[in-house]
Design a protein. Sequence first.
Length: 313
Amino acid sequence: MGNDTSARPLTAQSGGDRPPSDRLTPGLYLIATPIGAARDITLRALDLLRAADVLVAEDTRSLRRLMDIHGVAVGERPLLAYHDHNGDRMRPRLLADMAAGRVVLYASEAGTPMISDPGYDLARAARADGHAVISAPGASAVITALTLAGLPTDRFLFAGFLPATAQARRAALEELRAVPATLVFFESPARVAAMLDDAARVLGTRDAALCRELTKKFEEIRRAPLPDLAQDCRDRPPKGEIVIVIDRGRSEKISLSDLDKKLQEAMQGLSLRDAADLVAVETGMARRQVYQRALQLANGAADAPQQGDEDGA
């Protein structure tokens, strides 16, 4: 690990005294910042904040406040904003600083850089120009939510924010329905009830957890099957930063005769499409496969199965 500075720890200092940055490899340093509790920052991140030549943050006010809490002075160093709206303009300057042998430090507003964060383009550009890109890991809302949700953690997929419109959101959830992993999302308080409603429609009654205000004073974890969690959010709208964790699907083999029975029962009160959607959610089968079988039943051409056999559809 040629760029690992952990073997050469910087001496923690207070006030305006800074260790020399020439003890660090020039390049881009990505530090994780607390997602709530200010003391969740790492000692290494504080060392790097003291030593960097150029400080860059998604939100400079948040970083300055964090540095003040921990007695790290900005001093005469530039403290620059880097976000989605100015990234194209700022990248050339920051790359020039790296090319001049400076240590450039980037901090997310909260959590680990690159996780749903504008620092992605900056890190890619730095790497493409041949500069060292070094991470000082720490707090992450995704990992914190997984540790508290009470759902399987051996395999998970972080899907960020789902689309804002219902149709696009359901389509995105449909793509994730067969993923054999716990699903993790960010969501806004204004949309979380609708998002959970759509998740229940597409994913069924899977267990889920709403994790909000993690590591903060009003931290709360709500656990329930998706339909119940959606109703709870309508009854008690949550506030603050929210992470949604949803259990993986557990599809079991179902015989063709059982599938036909479920479809015939569902089609008595629903349209063919809605019946197929319902049975697909109940069984964990691919929606396309269930819909094709429903079409065969409706057309009276269901004698010979297209996929599977009597032992398993």
